[in-house]
Design a protein around this ligand. Structure first.
Ligand SMILES: [Fe+2]
Length: 429
């Protein structure tokens, strides 16, 4: 590494908690990043053009796949992951697209039984009678039946989280990342940190306006904390060709700005496991299957046509949006998942843009439980302490609204039901 591209985090102003004056902080960090890129001898425009070209190539490949009627999302059978028989071509496609459907991750009957068990669990505890509306939406209509259930500790969810089949897929996905670099082991590929999340059950006949494309790993902290500035060092110092979306360096230690959509954990992939069959045209998940698009998202705000105090619409305490105005080349690559069956699982690189398509009069159920791959690391170990408390008391975990429906529910999953994977995931062993 030449001295001009050396990592010099102190050269950028940084804020480990959200700055009080956001517009001023945005102005000053943009100024500093522009200056640092300039010091490499390249202009911001030159560096961004490299990223835009890569993205354009990927968009064209994806379009060509669509034109040929091929599935854009890679699909791998669970049995190939278990037997170590995933082909090189499949691995290449996974790395290129940054997303995956695992077929037959769980037995279909097992997944349907978990779904039925969750219904028994919530109905048996009068959840719908006590439901107070969405905890993260001030104007939620009280008494309505939710689609997202703020339920964390059912038997089905916990059995899936601590299942050896889940651990195997998580380890396979974690291994797509570079976990060792800069002389540091950033995470343990073989150990997940059991990140509890909610479930979604969307009934037949539902109308849903969906969810626009967005990114999950952070907001302004992606430009403003010291650890993220180090993680994105190659984007911010003019050595953009060296940026590797699969490098975990500096991503597993730092803080995250608080917010209603925050995830305290480092996730290699986000994911969910299907608890019902879902057709590809019934309001399902889509992604922009280009891991390198993160470079585009991070550098686009530095161009001259974006106001000085604007990061292309990214704010704190709101989800990171993608818009036609700033990101239209990326949105051209939007690709929905193929049909999935109960027991299949769906995964996408934690930085990648994703959303949910709208649907009218949905055919069949749309039921999933969110279970990511969140390998054991400093950041996840810290959050695991909170998760342990929530588990033992039946509370909502710290990343979620304080709803705590399950505290008095007698049949929630108990500590005596944990297997070694569950105990390790909670940091109990
Ligand atoms: Fe999301």
């Amino acid at each position: 590494m030449s001295s001009s591209t050396e990592v010099r985090p102190d050269a950028l102003p940084h804020w480990e908690t959200p700055p009080a004056d956001l517009p001023e902080a945005i102005r000053s960090v943009k100024r500093a990043i522009r200056a640092r890129i300039g010091a490499s001898g390249r202009s911001v425009e030159e560096v961004f053009a490299v990223v835009a070209r890569t993205v354009a190539d990927r968009v064209a490949e994806i379009q060509a796949d669509k034109d040929r009627g091929e599935t854009v999302w890679p699909v791998i059978d669970y049995s190939d992951i278990e037997n170590g028989t995933v082909s090189t071509a499949q691995l290449d496609k996974l790395r290129r697209r940054g997303c995956l459907v695992v077929r037959g991750h769980f037995d279909r009957d097992q997944a349907l039984a978990w779904d039925a068990g969750i219904v028994d669990y919530v109905e048996g505890n009068d959840f719908f009678e006590h439901y107070r509306g969405p905890g993260d939406d001030f104007f939620g209509s009280v008494g309505s039946r939710p689609e997202i259930y703020p339920i964390y500790w059912s038997t089905g969810q916990m059995e899936a989280r601590q299942s050896p089949r889940m651990a195997r897929v998580q380890a396979f996905l974690n291994a797509q990342w570079k976990s060792e670099s800069e002389g540091v082991t950033w995470f343990d590929r073989e150990r997940d940190s059991l990140y509890p999340d909610r479930i979604r059950r969307r009934p037949p006949g539902a109308d849903s306006s969906g969810l626009g494309p967005h990114s999950d790993p952070g907001t302004l902290d992606l430009w403003m904390t010291r650890s993220y500035q180090q993680a994105f060092r190659h984007l911010f110092d003019g050595s953009v060709e060296e940026y590797d979306p699969w490098d975990a360096s500096f991503r597993t230690t730092g803080p995250q700005y608080p917010g209603s959509t925050m995830c305290s954990a480092f996730r290699t992939f986000q994911g969910w496991t299907a608890l019902s069959d879902m057709a590809h045209d019934q309001g399902v998940l889509f992604s922009v299957p280009i891991p390198e698009a993160m470079a585009y998202l991070m550098l686009r705000p530095l161009l001259d046509d974006v106001p000085d105090d604007d990061m292309c619409g990214v704010m704190t305490n709101q989800v990171f949006p993608a818009s036609e105005r700033w990101h239209s080349p990326l949105l051209a690559a939007i690709s929905g998942i193929p049909d999935v069956s109960a027991g299949d699982s769906v995964w996408w690189h934690c930085d990648m843009l994703h959303g949910v398509a709208p649907v009218q009069d949905q055919q069949g159920w749309g039921n999933v439980m969110y279970i990511p791959a969140a390998p054991w690391c400093e950041r996840n170990e810290r959050y695991a302490a909170d998760v342990r408390d929530a588990f033992l008391t039946g509370s909502s975990p710290g990343d979620f609204p304080e709803e705590h429906y399950e505290r008095e529910w007698p049949d929630r999953f108990g500590a005596d039901q944990l297997n070694p994977i569950g105990r390790r995931g909670l940091g109990l062993d």
